[in-house]
Design a protein around this ligand. Structure first.
Ligand code: SF4
Length: 371
């Protein structure tokens, strides 16, 4: 259906990243799709409470993360950016402006460490984006600011102030754009916002395909929204709405548009980021998969010291092939070594091949038992 629709209009390009663009891709997005943007979550605090907010409950607090790594000090951010070989950062939340000093400190620290070319964009509701806040962000080196006004709450008490503050953003020499989810039923409101951005000299509107998360699913179902299929988190009608807005925008405004799909985030952005990180965190006994995950062998046993001694002295495994991971209570090793040992070692030792994300939280995505 979408293909046919495109062929008829032929007014937008499908990107190699499963997204759609009119004009040029916003600069922040260019880095993001290549996995080069550090996701800098400054705080979960937000003055709004959108029904579609995807934030998990443990992130709706005043917590800060650089990608998956909790931030306790500025150096945590720098270290994470180095592991990712990041060339920029997307500052997000919550609303980062709810913790303005922290946000400014983080932006400044990144610019100082990585130089002025390190591209930083920031998302905000706009509620707190008064002239003083904007000038602090600008002075810290922010390159791009994206407004996400309260378009989907018809009697919003925030919208007027958000739009007034959006106007202030044009007093600075940075890229100003909008970023909103494509919520079916709100086509006119999104077009209205695009029209304002266009009139005031905005650079782009980035539209996200609406997705459900564990947190917002109930709200979305209650309002009649449904997932596209059992395999996808995308919401029915959102992609089509985004495409209609792009078509309209191409004809009626001079803004650049990007329709960022659920598939882009999952299959392109995350994968590219993982691949960049994997090569910097993989230990010699780990394989890096096409998806950027790490695969290796492990042995589990209640007494790790005893097992380590046994593997070296009895099974004659070279020391350099074994790594005791105390935190995860296991001994890690090359896959071939785990496979061979699984055939000969008897008793309660369990051998597996595991596959993990190369992220700070090392989420395990697969575990294959070998014995
Ligand atoms: S503005 Fe963003 S972070 Fe705040 S409630 Fe809405 S979706 Fe969540």
């Amino acid at each position: 259906m979408i293909k046919g629709w495109l062929a008829e209009g032929e007014i937008m390009r499908k990107t190699p990243y499963y997204s759609y663009v009119v004009g040029e891709l916003p600069k922040g997005c260019q880095y993001c799709v290549r996995g080069e943007k550090l996701v800098l979550f400054v705080t979960g605090v937000c003055p709004r409470n959108c029904f579609y907010c995807p934030l998990s409950s443990w992130r709706r607090k005043d917590v800060a993360y650089a990608n998956e790594r909790p931030i306790t000090k500025i150096e945590d951010i720098i270290e994470e950016a180095k592991i990712q070989e990041a060339k920029g950062a997307g500052v997000t939340g919550g609303d980062p402006l709810a913790r303005l000093t922290r946000t400014v400190d983080y932006i400044r620290a990144l610019k100082e460490e990585f130089g002025s070319k390190f591209h930083i964009h920031l998302y905000t509701t706009g509620i707190l984006a008064d002239k003083k806040a904007l000038s602090m962000l600008y002075d810290a080196g922010l390159d791009e600011i994206r407004f996400h006004p309260d378009l989907f709450e018809p009697s919003s008490k925030f919208l007027n102030r958000e739009i007034e503050n959006l106007k202030n953003a044009f007093d600075f020499n940075w890229d100003v754009g909008g970023e909103v989810p494509a919520v079916p039923g709100f086509e006119d409101r999104i077009k209205w916002f695009a029209g304002i951005l266009d009139k005031w000299g905005g650079k782009f509107l980035n539209i996200n395909e609406l997705e459900y998360s564990e947190t917002n699913l109930r709200n979305l179902l209650n309002r009649g929204y449904k997932p596209v299929s059992n395999e996808s988190s995308a919401i029915k009608g959102s992609l089509e709405l985004g495409l209609r807005i792009l078509e309209w925008g191409e004809r009626n405004t001079s803004l650049n548009y990007h329709l960022c799909t659920a598939k882009l985030k999952d299959a392109v952005q995350l994968r590219n980021r993982l691949r960049r990180m994997a090569k910097n965190v993989a230990k010699p006994y780990m394989e890096i998969t096409e998806d950027g995950t790490l695969r290796f062998g492990i042995a589990e046993y209640e007494d790790l010291e005893e097992l380590y001694k046994f593997l070296i002295e009895e099974a004659e495994v070279p020391r350099e092939w074994l790594y005791i991971n105390w935190e995860k209570k296991r001994i890690e090793m090359p896959i071939e070594v785990a496979e061979e040992l699984a055939e000969v070692v008897e008793g309660d030792v369990k051998f597996y091949i595991v596959e993990e994300y190369p992220t700070w939280d090392r989420i395990e995505v697969e575990r294959i038992p070998l014995n």
